[in-house]
Design a protein around this ligand. Structure first.
Ligand SMILES: Cc1cc2nc3c(=O)[nH]c(=O)nc-3n(C[C@H](O)[C@H](O)[C@H](O)COP(=O)(O)O)c2cc1C
Length: 208
C-alpha cells in the first residue's frame, strides 16, 4: 500500500488523485442562459442524488478570472438543462469545454442544435439522447480552492425515441454514454457490460 496525508500534498496532486481514482465519471453537458445568451459546458464532477423529487448535482471550479459562466448564469437565472453525453456527441461536448469569453454561444460553435425547453428558459440540445430540465435547489460553495456544487430538481425529462420503455426502464445501450477517466483526454465507452442481481434483503444487501 501507498498512502498520502492529504494535508501534506498540493491541491494539484490531490486533484490528480481524485480524478484518477473516482472513475469512470458520467459527464453532464449543462446549458444555462445568461445576459449574453445561452451557454453550454461539460462537467464530470456530476451525479444523481435522489428521486423524490428527482435531484442531481454537478460541481464547478473557478477560472483564474473567477466564476465560470455556468455558475454565474445559474445565480442570475436559477434554471438549467443537464444532458447526458453520448459517444455520438463527444467531439461537440469537447468544443463546449473550450474557454470562450462570455457571449460566445458554445452550442452553435459545436454545431449542436438549441431547441426550446418545456419548463425552463435555457434551451436544450436536440442531439443529446437525454435532457433533464432542472430548477436550482441550492448552490453549496466549498473548499479553499473554491468549488460550487449545484443541486437541481429535475422538472422535465426528454429522451430520444427507443431509449425508455412503457415501464420507464432506460436502455443505457441506446444512450451509449461516455465516461470521463483521468488525464487530458481519457474517456471510456460502455463496451463491456455484465449483470449481477441484487442479493435479497437479509443476506447482505445495501441500498443506493
Ligand atoms: C469531460 C470534461 C469534464 C469537465 N468537468 C468539469 C467539472 O466537473 N468541473 C469544472 O469546473 N470543470 C469541468 N470541466 C471544464 C469546463 O467544462 C470548462 O472550464 C468550461 O469552459 C466551463 O465553461 P463555462 O465557463 O461556460 O461554464 C470539464 C471539461 C471536460 C472536457
Amino acid at each position: 500500500m501507498i498512502e498520502f496525508d492529504a494535508s501534506k500534498i498540493s491541491w494539484q496532486d490531490q486533484y490528480k488523485l481524485m480524478v484518477g481514482s473516482v472513475t469512470p465519471r458520467p459527464i453532464a453537458l449543462v446549458t444555462t442562459l445568461g445576459a449574453d445568451g445561452p451557454n453550454a459546458a461539460p462537467f464530470s464532477f456530476f451525479n444523481a442524488v435522489g428521486s423524490d423529487p428527482a435531484m442531481l448535482m454537478f460541481s464547478v471550479g473557478e477560472k483564474a478570472e473567477g466564476a465560470k459562466d455556468t455558475v454565474r448564469n445559474i445565480r442570475e437565472l436559477p434554471e438549467f438543462v443537464v444532458h447526458i453525453v453520448s459517444d455520438a456527441i463527444r467531439e461537440q461536448m469537447n468544443v463546449c469545454a473550450v474557454d470562450y469569453p462570455p457571449g460566445v454561444n458554445e452550442i452553435g460553435k459545436a454545431g449542436l442544435t438549441a431547441v426550446p425547453s418545456s419548463k425552463v428558459r435555457p434551451p436544450r440540445i436536440a442531439e443529446a439522447p437525454v435532457a433533464m430540465e432542472c430548477r436550482l435547489m441550492q448552490i453549496v460553495d466549498l473548499g479553499r480552492k473554491p468549488y460550487h456544487v449545484v443541486f437541481g430538481e429535475v422538472v422535465h425529462f426528454h429522451y430520444h425515441d427507443g431509449i425508455v420503455n412503457e415501464r420507464f426502464h432506460v436502455d443505457v445501450g441506446r444512450i451509449n454514454p461516455i465516461g470521463r477517466l483521468a488525464g487530458k483526454g481519457g474517456y471510456t465507452r460502455i463496451t463491456d457490460r455484465f449483470e449481477m442481481p441484487r442479493i435479497p434483503y437479509g443476506k447482505g444487501s445495501a441500498g443506493e
